[in-house]
Design a protein around this ligand. Structure first.
Ligand code: PMP
Length: 353
């Protein structure tokens, strides 16, 4: 730390992204990326946009907002595109949390929530999940604060039914509930349908997972026009051109290729079942995975030991070295071949241990 670093941020512990090592060719199952290439339409659109990079993007992202609005059956003043969904989440912490409305989120969830809270000097409470990692909305009802729920949750992979989200929204219409739907396309019901009844709901989405565009950094929020106006105030106070032209164009490209997204999601959901079956045969225990990742442990071998043994053999998974999930690893669902290699490698590791 330099002597110039403001005292405002000296205590900040930044988010640790999943490792992206370059020392060898790994099978990368550690950051929940898609194993599939982006849509050809996305690639072509990005290439065309690159020819006009001398110009700033349209800061209103009219075409993208209209396309996303049509996709979700809402009006375009209910959508805001951002630089990954991380950015809309940060905007939500900036816009909707303060000492009167502290942030509330699960103790085991997306690790960036606590970082965004700290960055923005927002008080927060981490509410414990149950021992089976399920989330009870009753733990949030009657508590003051802005709620952040990843649905499905990461890294546990568990999803909440829509009826529970609605119960949470209806219990207190005077606070914002943010539902982070980064992994919703892999078989969970979206909360977007609740937007017509609840103006205290913000849904966040990403192109990073189901749309194979993690490198493009494209996400968005969907909420009432008033919530989106607040988030626009933050956006225009930080970076009006928050999405670069190539990513905005690629977003439009993939939205015009819905069949490809549907195909990729179906493949991943089928491969998820295949991988779960194979790992169960090896004695692994796991949650009911609803994202593009599994959350697994083995009764005979610790989580870190499995992570290290896999890494040594060229397979990267994500290990969180903290109670009560230190026995677990989060494993991205890759291609079927990736999953077969994973299963075979784990069988060897278990045999040797
Ligand atoms: N929410 C959750 C639950 C995530 O796991 C991630 C990605 N790791 C994000 C949001 C952010 O994704 P992105 O910024 O790539 O849209």
């Amino acid at each position: 730390m330099s002597k110039f670093f403001t005292s405002r941020y000296q205590a900040l512990t930044p988010y640790t992204p999943g490792e992206q090592p370059r020392d060898m060719q790994y099978i990368k199952l550690n950051t929940n990326e898609s194993p599939f290439a982006p849509s050809k339409k996305a690639i072509e659109a990005a290439a065309r946009a690159a020819e006009r990079l001398q110009l700033y993007p349209d800061p209103t992202y009219k075409a993208l907002h209209e396309t996303l609005a049509a996709y979700h059956g809402v009006t375009s003043d209910m959508v805001l595109a951002t630089n990954g969904s991380d950015e809309i989440l940060n905007f939500a912490f900036m816009a909707f949390c303060d000492a009167e409305s502290p942030a509330l989120f699960a103790d085991i969830t997306y690790g960036f929530y606590s970082v965004f809270a700290s960055l923005n000097h927002v008080p927060y409470t981490e509410i414990p999940l149950k021992s089976d990692f399920s989330l009870s909305v009753d733990d949030y009802i009657g508590r003051k604060g802005t709620v952040f729920i990843a649905n499905p949750n990461a890294p546990t992979g568990l999803a909440l039914p829509l009826s529970e989200i609605e119960r949470l929204l209806a219990a207190d219409r005077e606070r914002v509930v943010v539902i982070d739907e980064a992994y919703v396309d892999f078989g969970t019901e979206s909360a977007v349908s609740l937007l017509e009844r609840y103006d205290n709901l913000l849904v966040t989405r990403t192109f990073s997972k189901s749309r194979s565009m993690a490198g493009a950094r494209l996400g968005y929020g969907i909420g009432s026009p008033a919530l989106i106006a607040d988030l626009n105030t933050i956006k225009y106070s930080t970076n009006p051109y928050n999405v670069n032209s190539m990513s905005a164009a690629a977003g439009l490209g993939v939205m015009a290729d819905e069949a490809y997204t549907v195909f990729c999601c179906k493949e991943i959901m089928e491969t998820r079942v295949y991988a779960m079956t194979g790992l169960k045969k090896l004695g692994f225990e796991m949650t009911d995975a609803k994202g593009n990742f599994l959350f697994v442990r083995h009764p005979k071998m610790g989580g870190e030991a499995i992570y290290l043994a896999l890494k040594q053999r060229g397979i990267l998974v994500r290990h969180f070295d903290r109670a009560p999930i230190a026995d677990y690893n989060r494993i991205t669902v890759g291609t079927r071949a990736d999953m077969q290699t994973l299963i075979d490698t784990l069988a060897d590791i278990l045999k040797e241990s």
